[in-house]
Design a binder for this molecule. Structure first.
Ligand code: OOG
Ligand code: NI
Length: 465
């Protein structure tokens, strides 16, 4: 077998998923449940028939079945820049910037993922990667955090050697790939022995539970893995029915005929036994809550205009909900009402330029039009071109915020530092050692590339958009 980046990424994701299943068995149950839900959704839709019947090959291409995203939390520039190099070996680049201070967390983030349509179709593994913002910590906590982080090394020596080697050689041999996977897993493995004392842990946790999670352990344990489903409402119901500690509600836009962006839900983080060092270098028993399982349903990528409409509606919904002290049932109502304004119709999404699409020639498109220039709308009207929505491959920070909150309590001093913070893309990119790609520009480019292919195939000089 040829071990290109795509194969390595697929192999790594699979190995990580197996490791996480053995660490958090409930995650394995969730994966099983998603398979069941998807099969049921397809069956129901087949029975109903009609124009909207789900075509399993269409909706569940092979990538959905293996698709996972994970999340890790890092502490230092050295960790972030090395992770960036490690993911690059697997064909994953930093895309997007997420300022999590808006959700009350002293962190910012990017997502490492494949960028091209082809690589995404082969295996879309992505890892949401946050790094602690030392500038948002109080002095005592910052000192403690820096001291704890300085003495840990989350990468094995062999892994770093393999990364160096891959950078110089351009690729790894099949044997090296297998070693890379085994060594790489060590970075994400859970360790129940903390590197700090119980007292130190308490100080970190009092400032923010996530600081304790980032700083107290010898690795950057994966904190959740997320399979993708085609019917998240069904998964949510099945989670509740089977007694999983499911979150109360699904984050993101409400259920729609034509899904947009991303909807997510999860089971709540588990309380796990951990051991802290005491002053005699003995270990004392304690507990830590961080790891959970999540599920997501992906919809269409929105244009800047579409995203603005989404953000505006959500902001209004949240204000109304806060003002009226809405419970979760009421919130759902307000959300659905708010989103009535967002067209739930493919044609309107295209005409109003709210979502991104890939264009192609229809089977009946005659070649050699005897014109040199045509407008996109005319070509669509004449049945020369058709389109399909582009999937959203990224994250929703507010949704992430919701997930954080429901998992990790909200006690937080030093709140002011975080609430007054501003985004710091520059600082983030300096820590990482490279820029992050703007995600919207990637979707824009995909749409443009598809139109360019159509133009060439039709022998036109220009397609006017
Ligand atoms: C990051 C959570 C972000 C998502 O799906 O939005 C994320 C974290 O928990 O560290 O994974
Ligand atoms: Ni997630």
């Amino acid at each position: 077998m040829d071990w290109g980046q795509d194969t390595l990424r697929a192999g790594f994701c699979h190995a990580l998923s197996e490791m996480y299943k053995s660490e958090v068995p409930l995650y394995g149950d969730l994966v099983d449940l998603v398979w069941k839900a998807d099969a049921e959704a397809i069956n129901t839709s087949r029975k109903l028939g009609g124009a909207n019947a789900i075509d399993p090959d269409d909706v569940l291409p092979s990538r959905n079945r293996v698709e996972r995203h994970g999340a890790i939390r890092l502490g230092t520039a050295q960790e972030l820049s090395t992770i960036r190099r490690m993911f690059a070996v697997m064909g994953m680049s930093p895309v997007g910037y997420y300022d999590l201070s808006v959700a009350g967390f002293p962190m910012h983030a990017t997502a490492f993922r494949p960028k091209s349509r082809e690589a995404l179709a082969r295996h879309p593994f992505r890892v949401f990667t946050t790094v602690l913002r030392m500038d948002l910590l109080t002095e005592r906590t910052r000192d403690l955090a820096q001291r704890a982080l300085k003495q840990r090394n989350i990468f094995t020596d062999r892994l770093v050697a393999l990364i160096d080697h891959a950078e110089i050689q351009g690729r790894l041999t099949p044997d090296e790939c297998k070693e890379f996977i085994a060594e790489g897993l060590e970075t994400f493995r859970w360790h129940s022995k903390a590197t700090v004392t119980l007292d130190e842990y308490k100080i970190l946790k009092a400032e923010h539970p996530l600081i304790a999670d980032i700083v107290s352990f010898p690795s950057c344990h994966i904190n959740h893995l997320t399979p993708r489903t085609i019917d998240i409402d069904l998964v949510q119901k099945m989670m509740q029915d089977s007694g999983m500690p499911a979150k109360e509600r699904i984050e993101g836009p409400p259920r729609r005929e034509y899904p947009i962006l991303l909807r997510q839900t999860s089971f709540k983080a588990l309380e796990e036994t951990v051991y802290f060092r005491d002053s005699n270098e003995a270990y004392v028993k304690g507990s830590h809550t961080a790891r959970f399982g999540e599920v997501e349903q992906r919809g269409y990528a929105l244009t800047r205009k579409g995203r603005k409409l989404y953000d505006d509606i959500l902001a209004r919904v949240n204000t109304t909900a806060a003002e009226t002290g809405a419970d979760s049932t009421k919130y759902e109502e307000i959300l659905e009402q708010g989103f009535e304004e967002f067209p739930d119709d493919l044609r309107q999404l295209q005409e109003q330029e709210l979502a991104y699409f890939c264009y192609h020639l229809t089977p009946q498109a005659g070649q050699g039009l005897d014109i040199t220039k045509a407008s996109l709308s005319q070509l669509l009207k004449d049945g020369v071109l058709e389109y399909e929505p582009i999937t959203y491959e990224d994250f929703l920070p507010l949704s992430a915020g919701g997930i954080f909150n429901s998992n990790l309590g909200s006690e937080s001093q030093a709140k002011r530092l975080i609430m007054e913070a501003e985004a710091d893309l520059d600082g983030f990119q300096k820590m990482m050692g490279t820029p992050a790609t703007d995600e919207i520009s990637l979707y824009e480019q995909m749409q443009r590339d598809s139109l360019e292919t159509c133009r060439v195939q039709l022998g036109l000089e220009e397609i006017v958009v």
